[in-house]
Design a protein around this ligand. Structure first.
Ligand code: ZN
Length: 225
């Protein structure tokens, strides 16, 4: 999970829909603004270019129109995460509030081997961090039989992304050892893209950089891009 800045104000049409007997929040302008703000990624698992897109209420609306049409309560998620979250997780960290520091509060790691599980751990001690961690473990490592199979597919994508990142870091270090400034510049540009919030599974790659001192020295300046 990483921080996403939610653009303000939200679409004005939401307020109009709220006043209707059968109003909907699934408006074209709502979808467009959510896709832009969340960089076309699921805010929970960080998969990108999702093909099963859901508009998720971070606090379940339970037919309360104030929550149902509140722009600040609308998030972009994939159906796997939306269907895993359910009502129990109303009080998770809010990744659109900078002060909640979701990225600093939750450490994510997956060893780059087939069938490895995702390791999720707390870097801050509070109930909401623990609840968010519980959700992320279910999302990444599975819950029901069906969702466990979905989670395997999700982890295959994370695995591939981490391997690509690992190769890129290796190429950068080789270029550095050979004083190849041109290649160095090029690889650094690719690494910057991999650490950008638009890239899939950014939190995993940023934690690799933070966890390894030599990489942190080299790329710490790219962690907030
Ligand atoms: Zn997801």
């Amino acid at each position: 999970m990483i921080f996403f800045e939610k653009s303000q104000p939200g679409p004005a049409a939401l307020e109009k829909e709220k006043g209707k007997a059968s109003g909907t929040y699934l408006l074209p302008e709502v979808l467009e603004q959510l896709i832009m703000d969340f960089k076309n990624k699921c805010y929970i698992c960080e998969n990108n270019e999702i093909i099963s897109m859901n508009v998720e209420h971070i606090v379940a609306h339970r037919k309360d129109p104030d929550l149902k049409f509140d722009w600040d309560n609308l998030f972009l998620a994939c159906s796997h995460c939306n269907n895993t979250k359910l009502d129990k997780f109303d009080d998770i960290l809010n990744c659109t509030v900078l002060e909640e520091d979701v990225e600093g509060a939750i450490h994510l790691k997956m060893d780059p081997y087939p069938f490895a599980n995702v390791q999720v751990s707390a870097r801050k001690n509070n109930h909401r961090v623990d609840l968010t961690i519980e959700l992320l473990k279910l999302v990444y490592n599975g819950s029901t039989d069906l969702k466990s199979h979905e989670a395997i597919n999700l982890r295959k994508k994370i695995y591939k992304e981490i391997i690509d990142f690992q190769v890129l870091l290796g190429q950068y270090i080789t270029a550095k050892e050979h004083n190849d400034d041109e290649a160095l510049k090029e690889y650094r540009r690719f690494i910057k893209w991999k650490l950008n919030s638009r890239s899939p599974f950014t939190a995993f790659k940023r934690w690799i950089i933070r966890d390894i001192e030599g990489l942190n020295r080299e790329f710490a300046d790219l962690l907030s891009s």
